[in-house]
Design a protein around this ligand. Structure first.
Ligand SMILES: [Zn+2]
Length: 317
């Protein structure tokens, strides 16, 4: 059986696995991360791949591999350029992994990998013009236009978390602007907002200490019960995400919007976001705004493997 190796490197975990041609995960192993520098992360990825090869082994015959990593990736040349958009040390990750595994390797940004998973095996199969919007710790998107993932001059397309959706905001985003959607409606945005608004609204939500993260499902649950702070947090997130989506619709004219990521995965926000849409703006989105069918914890691995499938097919077409 022909199989493909996927390697999904995120902020907290590294998942390595083997998928078949239909995108089904045959087996996988999780490794803990927490590494801040991509030079160290690249070495760690190689040592975990060596462990996987030796300890788990392969069920089929791997034909190619793909790796998805956070940050900026030069997909064409298989170079991991930066993990944080600040430090820029080019790492030839594709050729390093290829040397280790003995198969061709593609490397891409993690959200672009998830977008590839949607294109090949998910809701994106039915569209050549869709947007995959990921709302997890941060917010970013994969734009598929006329069947291709947009990359941009610096491989930096899709950083839509830094679209300003509220010009009245005073708090500063990490990017240096005010009112970015990520600082309000992402996982880290909810945490920021709990700190900013905690003393202004009555709440049953526990106070956060420095370094704590907001519990999103608890916030949704308390908002349903009428909790003052949680209603405020969710109302502003709903409004700002719906504004972001409508701005993106005006940018690339998609027929489908696929929502992924941990903040959206339980479906609580989706109908509330849709209520805020302007019908005229959304009229061309004929397949609707829909939830990803993938488990948010696994879509990156499937997408990384899908990059391997694509590079293998390109080499054999
Ligand atoms: Zn920003």
């Amino acid at each position: 059986m022909d199989t493909f190796i996927g390697c999904d490197f995120g902020g907290t975990k590294l998942l390595i696995g083997e998928i078949d041609e239909d995108g089904k995960i045959l087996q996988s192993k999780r490794y803990d991360t927490g590494i801040k520098k991509h030079t160290e992360a690249a070495d760690y990825i190689l040592s975990c791949l060596t462990d996987y090869k030796d300890q788990v082994g392969f069920l089929g015959t791997p034909k190619a591999a793909g790796a998805g990593v956070v940050g900026v990736v030069d997909y064409e040349n298989g170079i991991w350029k930066s993990i944080d958009h600040v430090e820029n040390t080019p790492i030839p990750l594709a050729s390093n992994i290829s040397e280790l595994l003995g198969v061709p390797v593609a490397v891409d940004n993690d959200v672009k990998c998830a977008t590839k998973a949607e294109m090949m095996f998910g809701q994106g199969k039915y569209s050549d013009n869709f947007i995959y919007l990921n709302i997890g710790t941060g917010i970013s998107a994969g734009f598929v236009v006329e069947g291709k993932i947009l990359r941009g001059a610096n491989n930096n397309s899709g950083e839509v978390g830094h679209c300003v959706v509220d010009i009245t905001r005073e708090e500063l985003c990490i990017c240096g602007r005010h009112g970015c959607v990520e600082s309000i409606a992402s996982g880290s945005g909810f945490t920021n907002q709990v700190f900013c608004l905690y003393d202004q609204y009555p709440t049953k939500l526990g106070k956060l200490n420095t370094g704590d993260k907001a519990n999103i499902s608890e916030i949704f649950h308390l908002a349903d019960e009428g909790d003052g702070l949680c209603k405020k947090l969710t109302e502003q997130a709903i409004l700002n995400i719906s504004n972001l989506i409508m701005n993106l619709v005006r940018t690339t004219d998609p027929d489908t919007i696929i929502l992924g990521g941990g903040v959206l995965s339980d479906g609580w926000l989706l109908p509330k976001i849709c209520e805020k849409f302007n019908a005229s703006t959304m009229r061309g989105v004929r397949n609707g705004v829909i939830q990803s069918s993938f488990n948010p914890g696994l879509v990156g691995l499937i997408g990384a493997g899908a990059q391997g499938i694509e590079i293998y097919r390109e080499l054999h077409s």
